[in-house]
Design a binder for this molecule. Structure first.
Ligand SMILES: [Fe+2]
Ligand SMILES: [Fe+2]
Length: 164
């Protein structure tokens, strides 16, 4: 459990640095806003993890999360491979962000369950709160994609579509 917490502590801190880059690369105002909002939420999640460490009587410690590093590298590649100002890039960014959210949902889901099993109610509550936020972000990203970005990306055409 402690190991997973260190992993997520690294991951969330890493995201506070990665999200502004993704936000800058996005075009849709709605997507930019969502990424900005999630940055604020992510900063709160970092603080929440510190609270969890404290409740466990441990000093907050980060351990490099290879998965999150890979996912955020993939997001950066997305930016390199798509043209600025296109919905094609926005769609790719949304998919990259959703992969991050899904990783977080899996991790916090497991951690919450573990805390519950161990009878650490207060910790389970804190982790469950973060889990809920990640789920909401994932849903929000889906609806942004569904609203119009996917359609616009389709209209733009380009390599990404023909490769599919
Ligand atoms: Fe998070
Ligand atoms: Fe997240």
């Amino acid at each position: 459990m402690l190991d997973s917490l260190k992993d997520m502590y690294w991951a969330e801190k890493h995201l506070t640095k990665a999200l502004p880059k993704l936000e800058k690369a996005a075009t849709s105002e709605e997507l930019k806003q969502a990424l900005q909002d999630h940055l604020t939420v992510t900063e709160e999640q970092v603080a929440r993890l510190e609270q969890v460490f404290e409740l466990m009587g441990k000093k907050p410690q980060a351990k490099k999360c290879e998965a999150m590093e890979g996912l955020s590298k993939e997001a950066e590649t997305t930016i390199e491979e798509t043209e600025a100002g296109t919905s094609t890039r926005d769609v790719a960014l949304i998919i990259a962000c959703q992969k991050v959210e899904h990783y977080e949902i899996a991790s916090y889901g497991g951690l919450t369950q573990l805390a519950n099993t161990m009878g650490l109610t207060e910790i389970a509550e804190l982790l469950g709160q973060t889990l809920q936020e990640e789920k909401e972000t994932d849903e929000q990203l889906t609806s942004i994609a569904e609203n119009d970005i996917n359609f616009q990306a389709e209209q733009e055409g380009g390599e990404e579509e023909t490769e599919e």
